[in-house]
Write a protein that binds this ligand. Structure first.
Ligand code: ZN
Length: 235
């Protein structure tokens, strides 16, 4: 089934039960998640998710959130939250959107190829308008929850331009938070034609020297989002 057909089917699915927008925040008594196998064939126990939105971030879609498509391993959830918290302090003007990551129990996650064991997450690119104001991608069912938004080689899409510096700051914050939680970042997938634009920013240079990126174009173009594979021990 094509990516487009799967996403269209998803968009047409009514929300039967939106299970709250609070996500599940770490409690002192929370049992950590357990991941099994790899991102392609594994699974997850006790998956957790971020709240639908916070001070400087939100999920890509209320529908996708309600359907349970934003679960990750509890440590990855903590890393994502800590990165946003750091950025809220250091760059309070920036806004971020996280994308799909997986089911609460992992397993196959069409149309994505990985995302099976809670160790991967998608992030939509931060954008600014042509006059430099911080903006958000116009995500809706008309553009397949944002995944069908196209950027040109200069990182422009309609009125929006990718804020490569903000993207780099986010990746650096994720790397720091991952390190603080005793895990790492295994790989970042992003459009190879846009990677030089990322490298041209101050923080982007650091990101590309610290983190491993795909060298060849991925099976779907990752221009509107970047995919992060975290490195953490699974059974
Ligand atoms: Zn992905």
């Amino acid at each position: 089934m094509s990516l487009r057909r799967i996403l269209l089917a998803l968009c047409a699915t009514p929300i039967l039960s939106v299970s709250g927008v609070a996500g599940n925040i770490t409690g002192d008594h929370e049992q950590p998640s357990v991941c099994y196998g790899d991102a392609a064939h594994g699974r997850l126990e006790r998956g957790r998710r971020l709240p639908y939105s916070g001070e400087n971030y939100r999920a890509y879609s209320m529908l996708g959130f309600g359907l349970g498509r934003t679960y990750v391993h509890s440590v990855v959830r903590d890393v994502m939250l800590d990165a946003y918290a750091e950025l809220a302090q250091s760059h309070p003007e920036l806004r971020f959107i996280y994308g799909e990551s997986g089911w609460a129990t992992g397993g196959r996650f069409p149309p994505h190829k990985g995302h099976a064991n809670g160790t991967a997450a998608d992030f939509f690119v931060p954008v600014r308008t042509q006059d430099g104001k911080v903006s958000l991608l116009p995500i809706s069912s008309f553009n397949l929850m944002g995944y069908a938004i196209q950027f040109d080689r200069n990182g422009r899409s309609g009125a929006n331009t990718i804020d490569f510096e903000a993207m780099a700051l986010h990746l650096l914050a994720l790397e720091r938070a991952a390190h603080a939680h005793g895990i790492g970042i295994r790989r970042v997938i992003f459009d190879v034609n846009l990677q030089p634009r990322l490298a041209a920013t101050k923080s982007g240079r650091q990101v590309l020297s610290h983190l491993a990126f795909n060298k060849q174009q991925a099976w779907v173009r990752h221009d509107e989002h970047y995919h992060v594979d975290f490195r953490l021990p699974c059974r």
